[in-house]
Design a protein around this ligand. Structure first.
Ligand code: LLP
Length: 442
């Protein structure tokens, strides 16, 4: 946060509300989400990409990747800002539908969709089912027939393609290299064969090809290289079959800054560079520019949210070399943010209820779970007078925080509180013990 976000006493202010007031009214831990910031990010993607691709004669759809964080309110905001919604399970699809997002503006992904998920998507009239394997092509066709679809009411389908481009912040979130579970590979003509297989099914409409190379990518050049491969595939398909794919989906994965040393992807620059590259390749190939879609998640929602924790036990621990590390325990941890444990992800934090002393200590912010790897921030300087009852704010927790939250140790998952113009409202309520116990039927 900048100094503009602090009161003279050093209290953090979020959309006009102090952290102290928010913690008092909603408890901690809590995800506090800036609604205006979310809407601004959504619009930035829509406007930047629309404008950049209009310059090369193409239209763009921006799908908000719901896996990063989805709730009924957020799906509505996304839609109000002109975004569609990308889902990858029946659960995400249900949230988008509950929010009133029309089926035609929803996409369904997944490498192992159930028949029920596919049928629900067909019934909802989703704008696209992104098929992930040869076997799934036949299955979607069969379920489309079961639903009474035929050549006049075809189900729109994209094929997810693995382009071999290796990018992304961590192996677990890189998705387009060869040895992983997603998509159909470009190698050996497999992707071409999958596209042709879709064309062979009268109840399927081949909308295009889809690719997503990974997540938290800082290197914009990887997206361009990927787009080139997809355009070449489109040209090959046209040569072989005469069918020109109307659309290409270039996925999401745009990186954000978690800590000050990181640089977020510059969205307008990315859009311009990508549109320029796509336009140039199409001109070389002598073909029209396809409709383009993208699926950003993290880069829309990540920076909108701050997690507020209350500090509990503060414990100085003497290390082998005689130095001291202060363990600062907070009232959440790996159940509301698994990313440090899972990916070695880095975060920063600051006191949110006061400035604290200028003198700092070497600290480690840890959670309340029965696991030593339950670390929020491995190494951070905090005011040396940090004390139980202080509030700690961890920014950039909007993506893959609440959405990957668990009930480990029967901890209750935190609420998401939306703040805008000095007002706050709960958009996902805090779990209760009754919620937890409702599942125990024995
Ligand atoms: N589209 C597809 C097909 C995806 O698989 C993903 C992310 C996205 C879009 C959105 O990617 P984004 O723009 O949010 O990077 N849990 C991990 C991230 C997993 C991403 C999985 N797929 C994390 O916390 O870093």
């Amino acid at each position: 946060p900048t100094s503009a976000d602090l009161t003279p006493a050093g209290e953090l202010v979020l959309a006009g509300l102090t952290a102290t007031d928010l913690a008092r009214d909603f408890g901690t831990p809590a995800f506090v989400m800036d609604e205006k910031h979310f809407r601004d990010r959504a619009r930035l993607f829509r406007d930047s990409f629309t404008e950049a691709f209009a310059a090369v004669g193409a239209e763009v759809d921006v799908y908000y990747a719901g896996k990063s964080f989805l709730s009924v309110a957020v799906a509505r905001w996304a839609r109000e800002e002109g975004l569609r919604v990308d889902t990858c399970t029946g659960g995400e699809l249900a949230v988008a539908l509950r929010a009133g997002v029309p089926g035609a503006e929803i996409g369904l992904h997944g490498n192992n969709k159930s028949d029920a998920e596919i049928s629900r998507a067909i019934e909802a009239g989703v704008g696209r089912v992104v098929v992930d394997s040869f076997a799934e092509i036949d299955r979607v066709a069969e379920l489309a027939r079961d639903a009474g679809r035929d050549s006049s009411t075809r189900v729109p389908v994209m094929v997810r393609v693995t382009t071999g481009i290796h990018a992304g912040g961590h192996e677990f979130i890189s998705t387009a290299h060869e040895d992983q579970k997603f998509g159909v590979s470009l190698t050996g003509g497999q992707a071409l064969a999958a596209l042709r297989a879709v064309l062979d099914h009268p109840e399927l409409e081949l909308l295009g090809a889809h690719t997503h190379i990974g997540s938290q990518i800082q290197d914009a050049a990887a997206f361009e290289a990927n787009a080139r491969k997809m355009l070449a595939l489109r040209a090959d398909l046209e040569t072989e079959t005469g069918y020109l794919l109307p659309e290409l989906d270039l996925g999401g994965g745009y990186g954000i800054a978690y800590v000050p040393s990181e640089t977020p992807i510059d969205v307008p620059a990315l859009a311009r560079d990508l549109a320029g590259a796509v336009g140039a390749v199409c001109a070389e190939l002598g073909t029209t520019v396809p409709r383009i879609s993208i699926e950003p998640g993290r880069s829309v929602v990540g920076s909108t949210t701050v997690t507020l924790y209350t500090v509990g036990v503060v414990k100085p621990v003497t290390l082998d070399d005689g130095s001291v590390r202060t363990y600062v325990s907070v009232d959440g941890g790996m159940s509301d943010n698994i990313r440090p444990a899972l990916y070695g992800a880095e975060y920063t934090a600051r006191l949110a209820n006061r400035s604290g002393s200028a003198e700092t200590v070497r600290a480690r912010v840890v959670g309340k779970h029965c696991e030593s790897g339950d670390i929020v921030i491995s190494d951070i300087e905090l005011p040396s007078d940090v004390t139980p009852g202080d509030l700690l704010a961890v920014p950039a927790t909007g993506a893959y925080g609440r959405s990957m939250a668990s009930n480990y140790n029967h901890v209750l998952r935190p609420p998401v509180v939306a703040v805008a113009d000095g007002a706050a409202r709960v958009i996902v309520r805090r779990e209760t013990e009754d919620d937890l116990l409702a599942l125990d039927v024995g």
